[in-house]
Design a protein around this ligand. Structure first.
Ligand code: FAD
Length: 552
């Protein structure tokens, strides 16, 4: 294993060129599920290749509520086993990715006429902490009516009965995914983005690999593997169809949207998990001078590649927020960005979207295709462990046991939050004279963790040739992503590596041209290619920031 090795477009080319020999495992899908499986399998010593049709985390894994959480609401459905499992996983994921999984105080207001009574909430939060073995100061505290109002002055004072304060973890889903992918690559996995599973290859009736399309140059290549895993989230049934193995067990896709408003529009003191009139629960979460709000949960039967956001989705969230925080009166014009994601849930007869279980399931087809469906971001490591245990058994492979419970993801080489704080102070002290503020270092550590010194080195080089400090910051980040995070397009950088599209869209407009010139030079794109990428990013920017017309 070599943490110095690069993970760039050249490396991607190398992986394709060297993909002729047989692998133990082919993983289809580079969301968090596929990434977790690739890391688990590679770290046990299996020979792994992963293909992703677009960018890593391009699917649901960049469009979630971005919480590593035990799923308090599943207690209501008495899914004790699920709550316990994800509750325990929460702590493991936080330990292994401490730079991008941060503990977040969450307020649960209890309101008159709501589904949650004070007693029930107190008990549920107690059980929640108990199942997740929460320790010390992160245990829940129940609040009186007065303390709840003080804790969150924006709440509707007329209907508050009390509240519960507890802890969840906030993350950056797309970054968690790329950090897991990078670690898998460190362990020898071949991970190839922009490589689409086109059709299965069979030998003697058994699945033996796949025909793959390289989306970048439209060439076709084949991959042979003893085992093929379908980890394509909302797309799993499409792959099963190609394998002729789609049966009664199918996915039910539900759409969830989020909106982002300036923090000044909804200046909550901490994250709030609140019940709205129809008894559903919403989150409002502060992040980077913004507050984001989600989510909806509606059955989705349209184009999986581009879930749309309707004005009704937006109105639903705004109405829910204005009900809980009546002084605020958010309007659609306050929205600075939005996104929609699809939950890949396993269909259960007669159940509504919110009632369907979030637990994962594995299906094995007659040809040998292993499909993993359902699940949550939070449970990705455990899902991977279960899946790889099955593969090891199937292959009768003599490899080590699962080691990911104690394996830091890329950038996560810290023992605890104190070490991160010390690291930030050290880097700030060392680099103050070259214009790096504590805020910039914090921002980078919050995205790239222990890899931040590499960004600082890039910044030093770039800044000698470029007098604008802010541009140098962005280009240093871009350079890091080119060399170590296999970005291939401008959108990979702006949407998933840096989240600027959703949380800093005005800066996308400011830095787009500068970044396009830089990326074109570094990856030797033609004028036509880079213009296509600029066009694509402008389209995504418009899609994320525009509000459907009838609302304005
Ligand atoms: P995806 O992330 O969708 O990955 C599948 C990948 O397969 C895609 O990148 C796709 O491009 C690729 N693919 C498809 N077809 C092909 C092909 N032919 N060839 C190659 N690649 C292909 N969970 C939590 O724990 N916490 C939360 O706060 C949370 N909030 C959520 C909020 C919403 C609105 C939604 C929708 C989900 C949320 N979840 C949350 C659930 C969680 O996000 C998902 O369970 C998880 O991201 C699914 O990951 P995945 O890898 O299975 O699917």
């Amino acid at each position: 294993m070599n943490s110095n090795s690069t993970f760039s477009k050249n490396k991607r080319h190398f992986f394709i060129e060297n993909s002729k020999e047989e692998f133990d495992l082919l993983v289809i899908g580079g969301g968090i599920t596929g990434a977790g499986i690739a890391l688990d399998a590679a770290s046990r010593g299996l020979k792994v290749i992963l293909i992703e049709k677009k960018d890593y985390a391009w699917g649901t894994s960049s469009r979630s509520t971005k919480l590593i959480h035990g799923g308090l609401r599943y207690l209501k459905q008495l899914e004790i086993k699920l709550v316990r499992e994800v509750g325990l996983e929460r702590a493991i994921v936080q330990r292994n990715a401490p730079h991008i999984v941060l503990s977040e105080k969450m307020l649960l207001p209890i309101i008159k006429g709501g589904d949650l009574s004070y007693r029930l909430s107190s008990f549920a939060l107690y059980v929640y902490d108990f199942l997740a073995k929460v320790q010390g100061k992160e245990r829940r505290v129940m609040l009186s009516k007065e303390r709840t109002k003080k804790t969150e002055p924006l709440l509707n004072k007329k209907n508050i009965i009390g509240g519960g304060l507890y802890y969840e973890y906030r993350t950056d889903d797309a970054r968690l995914c790329i950090e897991v992918i990078k670690k898998a690559v460190e362990y020898g996995a071949f991970c190839i983005n922009y490589a689409k599973f086109n059709k299965p290859i069979y030998e003697n009736g058994r699945l033996a690999g796949a025909e793959v399309i390289d989306i970048l140059d439209k060439s076709v290549f084949e991959i042979r593997a003893k085992c093929v895993i379908n980890a394509t989230g909302p797309w799993v049934d499409l792959i099963r169809k190609l394998d002729n193995s789609l049966n009664q067990k199918r996915l039910m896709l539900t759409k969830g949207i989020h909106i982002v408003v300036p923090y000044s529009v909804l200046p909550i003191k901490q994250a709030v998990y609140f019940e709205i009139k129809d008894k559903r629960m919403l989150f409002a979460i502060p992040r980077q001078n913004k507050t984001y709000i989600g989510t909806t949960d509606t059955v989705y039967n349209q184009d999986i590649d581009s879930p749309n956001i309707s004005i009704n989705d937006i109105k639903y969230l705004i109405k829910g927020c204005n009900y809980m925080f009546p002084k605020i009166k958010i309007s659609p014009n306050d929205i600075i960005s939005k996104w929609a994601g699809l939950r890949p849930l396993v269909h259960e007869d007669g159940k509504s979207p919110s009632e369907v279980s979030r637990k994962d399931e594995i299906f094995i087809s007659d040809s040998g295709l292993i499909t993993i469906a359902g699940g949550k971001l939070t449970g990705y490591r455990k899902m991977a462990e279960k899946t790889v245990n099955l593969i090891v058994k199937k292959l009768n492979a003599n490899v080590s046991k699962c080691k990911t419970a104690n394996l830091a993801v890329s950038g996560g080489d810290f023992r605890n939050a104190d070490e991160i704080r010390t690291f930030i102070i050290q880097l700030t002290t060392q680099n103050r004279l070259i214009g790096l503020s504590v805020d910039k270092i914090k921002e980078w550590v919050g995205r790239y963790g222990s890899e931040t010194p590499r960004l600082i080195e890039f910044y030093k080089k770039i800044h000698t040739k470029n007098s604008d400090k802010d541009i140098s910051f962005v280009l240093a980040e871009l350079e890091y992503c080119i060399i170590y995070e296999c970005i291939v397009t401008l959108s990979d950088f702006f949407v998933r590596r840096s989240s600027k599209l959703y949380f800093d869209p005005s800066n996308v407009t400011i830095y787009l041209n500068e970044c396009a010139v830089y990326l074109q030079k570094r990856l030797m794109f033609s004028k036509k290619e880079i213009n296509k990428q600029i066009e694509e990013l402008n389209f995504l920017l418009k899609e994320a920031t525009s509000i459907p017309e009838d609302s304005v």
